[in-house]
Design a protein around this ligand. Structure first.
Ligand SMILES: Nc1ncnc2c1ncn2[C@@H]1O[C@H](COP(=O)(O)OP(=O)(O)OP(=O)(O)O)[C@@H](O)[C@H]1O
Ligand SMILES: [Mg+2]
Length: 141
């Protein structure tokens, strides 16, 4: 199963809607609750990063029995230093964005923690691509 959403920069009215749709689908197909939780964190943070930092992009989810793949591709300023961007607390979000409650610099670190694998590539003044795989938990609770 495959889902795809377009995400518009600065569209705070719809921010989080794609992640919410992905959550519903994962619950419907009966993914493990922990897999749903982790995939939704990844999808939400990736979606919000497009809204806050990029011009426009698309968020896709590929749902397999054993894993969820989340892909976020955008056109925007790109990330000049990926390892700096991955650091907890690092954010370039301006003041008016912080006043809305974003810009703690925790999105990318949380994606890394929640995903089984993640890959982040970017080209300055072109855009950014994030892919993450969340393995489905199949045993235990
Ligand atoms: N899609 C993107 N395009 C351009 N820059 C990005 C993108 N995603 C992240 N960044 C850069 O990486 C930094 C860190 O991202 P991260 O998601 O960890 O924090 P944040 O978005 O600033 O705050 P938070 O996610 O906690 O609300 C951002 O401040 C921004 O400079
Ligand atoms: Mg973020």
């Amino acid at each position: 199963m495959q889902m795809e959403f377009s995400v518009q920069g600065m569209d705070f009215n719809r921010a989080g809607e794609a992640a919410a749709q992905i959550k519903k689908a994962l619950q419907l197909v009966g993914m493990h609750v922990d897999t749903v939780r982790r995939a939704v964190i990844v999808a939400y943070e990736a979606e919000l990063n497009i809204v806050i930092h990029a011009r426009q992009g698309r968020l896709a989810a590929y749902i397999h029995p054993d894993r969820v793949e989340i892909e976020a591709v955008d056109e925007g300023p790109g990330i000049p230093d990926i390892s700096q961007a991955m650091r907890e607390g690092y954010s370039t979000a301006p003041d008016h964005i912080r006043k809305m409650g974003f810009g703690a610099g925790m999105g990318l670190p949380n994606i890394k923690k929640s995903a089984s694998h993640m890959q982040l590539t970017s080209e300055v003044n072109v855009g950014t691509r994030l892919t993450a795989i969340i393995n489905n938990q199949t045993s235990g609770d």
